[in-house]
Design a protein around this ligand. Structure first.
Ligand SMILES: [Fe+2]
Length: 444
């Protein structure tokens, strides 16, 4: 039996299959190229290579898109019948749980593999992604820190573990640690887009556009080419420009970098939608942009797989004026909420009240929007995503309060924002608008 590039036993005796598998591992940790194609190459060399089938299944489930359900099932079935190490069996069981909607259980299972085999970077990375989707912020940070015990800076993949740790630090509000660890990772491997991303988050959360914009802009030639994750780093750059009120730059980034017409990647639809919604809050005319992204959501409007996706579908439908599609997704979410899988809980706890708040906002019922977002804003991590993504709740609530004349709510949220982001021009603008609202109301 051979070992992979990190020293873990793998279930093949084919050197050629091992080489393709190692290539996939590299692509996965860098979010580059087409790791599925590399795994398929490994499986062409050795169809009984269970490690490759297991990794393939793990990669597919973490897309959080039901479109891949059939391919996932095929990988799980083929994997179960292939040659397997004990580690492969654990990987397959975790991917199986994920495919059945047991996101938390799957995430913990992957982490368990990583604890037993801290050099199994694929288990660690899948656990890390699982933490992201389930809002397990402390473990986003702690599981990579645990794995570092088995590595030295000279080891293959060390940068990736640092990059994960950096993002975990950021999600735990430890921005200095996030910045330092992320920068170390990028220094070792400048193509590590996840580590670049972790550092960018540390600037986003502090409203530090002066550091954030050059950090992303000036290194893009290194991390962006052939990176399947580049759109998200470009999204972060657009957010930083939005913070400064550089609307032409935001729209340029949207058109050229964030939004790829007809992309099948749902995470890209999410970022496009979330950026357009922020522009909508600011009253920016985005022309026909809503129409194309809403059309893409059309086919996924009733997936009931992940509430975070469903909420973004509703946002796109509302932005495009497609009320019937928004109502269709809302009804679908209500059905999802009655279920028993993790998504049912996510939908009940956060997704549904938030979706109803967005519908209320869209119809001009700002008081209702404030009332619906208020209770879920503090627990929104339960339906996953990052702080930066979930900032949409705070922004929508703040704008609803401003539009609805709820001046104390608006001022409270604006004050919170300037406290967290003292350097943010947008936060200061919102604070000013809140103060103006008070003056107007007192004068009336
Ligand atoms: Fe991000």
């Amino acid at each position: 039996m051979l070992k992979d590039r990190y020293g873990n036993f793998i279930s093949t005796t084919s050197q050629a299959a091992r080489d393709k598998f190692d290539e996939a591992c590299l692509l996965i940790r860098l979010y580059r190229g087409d790791p599925i194609a590399a795994l398929d190459g490994a499986l062409t060399e050795d169809p009984e290579f269970g490690t490759a089938w297991a990794l393939r299944a793990g990669l597919l489930v973490q897309q959080m898109d039901k479109t891949y359900a059939e391919e996932t099932e095929r990988s799980l079935r083929a994997g179960a019948a292939a040659n397997l190490t004990d580690g492969d069996r654990a990987h397959l069981a975790a991917a199986q749980a994920w495919s059945e909607g047991r996101f938390h259980e799957a995430t913990v299972q992957y982490a368990r593999i990583s604890q037993e085999s801290p050099r199994d970077l694929m288990a660690l990375q899948t656990a890390h992604v699982g933490c992201f989707f389930t809002g397990r912020a402390a473990e986003l940070r702690d599981w990579p820190l645990q794995a570092l015990r088995a590595m030295t800076p000279a080891d293959d993949g060390y940068h990736a573990v640092l990059g994960m740790g950096a993002f975990g630090y950021e999600e735990c509000g430890q921005y200095d640690e996030a910045e330092a660890m992320g920068r170390e990772a990028v220094w070792i491997e400048p193509q590590d887009a996840w580590a670049v991303h972790a550092v960018a988050h540390s600037y986003e959360m502090r409203g530090d556009t002066k550091k954030g914009i050059p950090w992303l802009r000036d290194s893009a030639d290194i991390w962006a080419p052939e990176c399947g994750f580049a759109f998200h780093n470009w999204w972060h750059l657009a957010l930083l420009h939005l913070d400064r009120g550089d609307i032409p730059d935001v729209l340029r980034l949207y058109d050229e970098k964030v939004r790829r017409e007809n992309t099948p990647v749902m995470l890209e639809w999410i970022d496009a939608t979330a950026l357009l919604w922020r522009l909508r809050l600011e009253g920016i005319d985005v022309g026909e942009r809503w129409q194309s992204v809403a059309s893409q959501w059309h086919g996924a409007a009733e997936q009931r797989h992940y509430a975070f996706n469903d909420v973004h579908a509703i946002m796109a439908f509302l932005g495009a004026g497609r009320a019937l599609d928004a109502a269709r997704t809302l009804a679908s979410m209500k059905r999802a909420a009655a279920g028993s899988d993790d998504n049912a809980y996510m939908t009940r706890a956060v997704g549904l009240p938030l979706a109803e708040a967005l519908v209320a906002f869209d119809s001009g019922d700002y008081e209702e929007a404030v009332e619906k977002i208020g209770p879920v804003r503090g627990i929104a991590q339960r339906f996953g995503g990052s702080h930066a993504q979930r900032d949409l709740l705070s922004l929508t609530m703040l704008h609803a309060a401003l539009r609805g004349g709820q001046r104390e709510v608006a001022n409270a949220l604006a004050a919170e924002r300037t406290a967290h982001k003292p350097k943010s021009p947008w936060a200061r603008t919102l604070r000013r608008r809140g103060a103006q609202l008070a003056v107007v109301q007192e004068a009336a």
